[in-house]
Design a protein around this ligand. Structure first.
Ligand code: ADP
Ligand code: MG
Length: 276
């Protein structure tokens, strides 16, 4: 049997909605693909501007069809721009906790099968700190926390870090500043967040850099495509390419990081525990 490549699973989260999670997820995915990775993006954000809208995709099936056994994972995956594979989420995600043991085994098997084709899974989570968001985030190896220069973004990011740290022992977070006027402002946001966490929590925040406020990104949203493909020379596209290089260089710190089914096993375990 061919040994599957180690898979990395990144969650893209934020406390507050509308800070750029879906754009970050999509463009990070596209740029990692360009670097030669095989990337899948799981849409776990049921918000309005979700991944399929942003990419102009119209998936026929979603995760709920996989869970019910009607469709295979290969059938629900849609090919996005630049070869990005998209796993449409939908309401199926809420059903994770209600699966029978047999269904759980089916989902785990499904993911272990695509595990050999991909080496990065990006999970675009919903905003907020609800149970399912927290479960997704802590099932991943790294949490990319997107913040922008708004008081509610910062306080919600802090609340997110605090909850995951105090209740679930997560201590490492990757901070990404978005919609900032320049590099300096991005770093200032990171420093501000560190000041509060250093004082009250025992966590390590790593700075991933900043994505500038960019009208080309807005234009690309209107054109339903990723800015990194539609406007590759724009400031934000350049920043996304730099982000992808940083993301691929992150050390693989999880001892069990090699298998994708591990992420799904964790998801099921956490959501089942929450349902008890
Ligand atoms: N770097 C940026 N520059 C300009 N506008 C941005 C940027 N990032 C996000 N936006 C704006 O914010 C909106 C919400 O982004 P989105 O990725 O859908 O956020 P979320 O997934 O966190 O709700 C986008 O449609 C876009 O108009
Ligand atoms: Mg979103």
């Amino acid at each position: 049997m061919v040994q599957p490549r180690p898979v990395r699973v990144f969650a893209v989260s934020s406390g507050k909605g509308g800070v750029g999670k879906t754009n970050v997820s999509v463009n990070l995915g596209v740029c990692l693909n360009e670097l030669g990775h095989h990337v899948a993006l799981m849409d776990a954000d049921m918000g309005l501007a979700n991944v399929d809208v942003l990419l102009g995709l119209q998936p026929k099936y979603n995760l709920s069809h996989l869970l019910s056994g009607e469709r295979s994972l290969e059938e629900i995956i849609v090919e996005g721009p630049g070869g990005l594979k998209v796993v449409p989420g939908s309401s199926g995600l809420q059903r994770m906790s209600e699966l029978t043991v047999g269904e759980q085994a089916g989902v785990i098997r499904a993911f272990s099968e695509i595990g050999s084709d991909i080496d990065v899974l990006i999970v675009d989570t919903a905003a907020g700190i609800s149970g399912s968001v927290v479960n997704f985030a802590r099932a991943c190896q790294e949490i990319f926390l997107v913040v922008c220069d708004e008081p509610t973004s910062m306080t919600d990011a802090y609340a997110f870090i605090k909850l995951l740290n105090r209740d679930y022992g997560v201590f490492r977070f990757q901070i990404l500043a978005n919609m900032v006027p320049d590099e300096r402002q991005g770093l200032a946001l990171y420093t501000k967040l560190c000041k509060v966490t250093d004082r009250y929590l025992d966590v390590a925040l790593n700075y991933l850099g900043a994505i500038p406020q960019d009208d080309y990104l807005k234009k690309s949203v209107q054109r339903q495509g990723p800015v990194s493909l539609l406007y590759p020379q724009s400031k934000s596209a350049q920043a996304f390419r730099a982000l992808a290089r940083k993301a691929e260089a992150l050390p693989m710190s999880d001892a069990v990081s090699g298998r994708l089914e591990f992420f799904v096993e964790r998801m099921i375990e956490y959501s089942s525990a929450a349902a008890l």
